[in-house]
Design a protein around this ligand. Structure first.
Ligand code: XMP
Length: 330
């Protein structure tokens, strides 16, 4: 999508790094959104990530029920995420929220597909299909709100990424865009989110790829292995939290590769999956180091995974820096 001069951050714009500046931005944007939208309806794809959550919270404050949020659960979200989106936005903020559980559609479409880029294409394409179906059900929508942030615009301009925020909807669904945080950097979006009262685990969320757990269940995704990724990831996050590492380690998650290894249980041979623990420190994801985790934390996680996650007989800690490895596995 062509971007214009309103997409350039003015040099005079102060970095939003205090609650007061965040509040001033919020007040200014509420007025700007009201002026732009008038009495029309606005649609937003709400993933639960920090950018779309902040946009949702801003729009709810500005125009309340004129906003409809659509949360598509593609079945590749982390444990508890769809529930939290419903709790925060529908229950607490009283938003118009359409929740679509499209898990079966996504997993059926992905069955037997092992090439990473093909998996990404299927997930991205189906996401647009599901969102478009929901959009067509709604009448009188004039605007599409998006959580585009300034680095997305800079990357699009530099031709690095054709960011997903730059369109993708079919021709019959051409809305006008409403992008209230498009001139903000990530730390500013978090500051605004905090000031809007969003929960910390939404505001300070680790980076999470669009294809979600789908790229951490390597090769062709199966439901049992996906469950092992989701459960082990939840255990890992819980134990990192308890150890006070939340916010100290940049990104951490688990991966379950698509091959088994031999194990032993109750005197019998098993062929089961392995869980790989991935934890990295980084500034901007272009390079990453591996933190020295306390050994007792690693063994606690191993014991919990052995006891609580079905079909797993091995737990590993990945020591690979970026480069030579990437952060994700595919
Ligand atoms: P890599 O694996 O390239 O990851 O070292 C760098 C950062 O980008 C995230 N990542 C993605 N984010 N869609 C996304 O939105 C993707 O397909 C994707 N792949 C990787 C990754 O989690 C890390 O923070």
């Amino acid at each position: 999508m062509a971007r214009n001069e309103t997409d350039i951050r003015p040099e005079s714009m102060a970095r939003i790094n205090t609650p007061e500046l965040a509040q001033a931005f919020i007040d200014e944007q509420i007025a700007a959104i009201r002026a732009q939208v008038g009495t029309d309806r606005v649609l937003l794809a709400l993933s639960g990530g920090v950018d779309s959550s902040v946009v949702a919270a801003l729009l709810i404050k500005a125009i309340g029920k004129q906003l409809t949020c659509v949360h598509v659960n593609h079945g590749l979200l982390r444990k508890g995420e769809p529930e939290q989106v419903i709790k925060v936005f529908r229950d607490e903020m009283d938003a118009n929220l359409v929740y679509v559980d499209a898990t079966d559609r996504f997993l059926d479409a992905l069955a037997g597909v092992s090439a990473p880029e093909k998996k990404r294409k299927i997930i991205g394409g189906l996401f647009i299909d599901v969102f478009a179906e929901e959009a067509r059900k709604l009448e009188g929508v004039k605007f599409l709100a998006q959580g585009t942030i300034y680095p997305d615009i800079l990357e699009s301009k530099a031709g690095i990424k054709s960011h997903h925020n730059d369109g993708g909807l079919p021709e019959d669904l051409k809305f006008e865009l409403c992008e209230p945080v498009k001139l903000l950097y990530k730390d500013e979006v978090r500051m605004v989110g905090k000031q809007l009262g969003l929960p910390d685990n939404m505001v300070y969320r680790q980076p999470f790829p669009g294809p979600g757990l789908g790229v951490r269940c390597t090769g062709a995704i199966t439901r049992d292995r996906l469950e092992a990724v989701r459960e082990s990831d939840a255990i890992l996050r819980e134990e990192f939290d308890k150890a006070g590492l939340n916010g100290k380690v940049w990104q951490y998650f688990t991966v379950v590769p698509d091959f088994t290894s031999t194990g032993i249980k109750d005197g019998k041979r098993t062929d089961d999956w392995m869980v790989i623990i991935r934890a990295v420190n980084s500034v901007d994801a272009t390079s990453a180091t591996v933190p020295e985790l306390p050994y007792s934390l690693l063994t606690t996680i191993r014991e919990r995974i052995f006891n609580e996650v079905k079909g797993v007989n091995r737990v590993l800690y990945d020591l690979s820096t970026k480069p030579l490895a990437t952060i994700e596995y595919e």
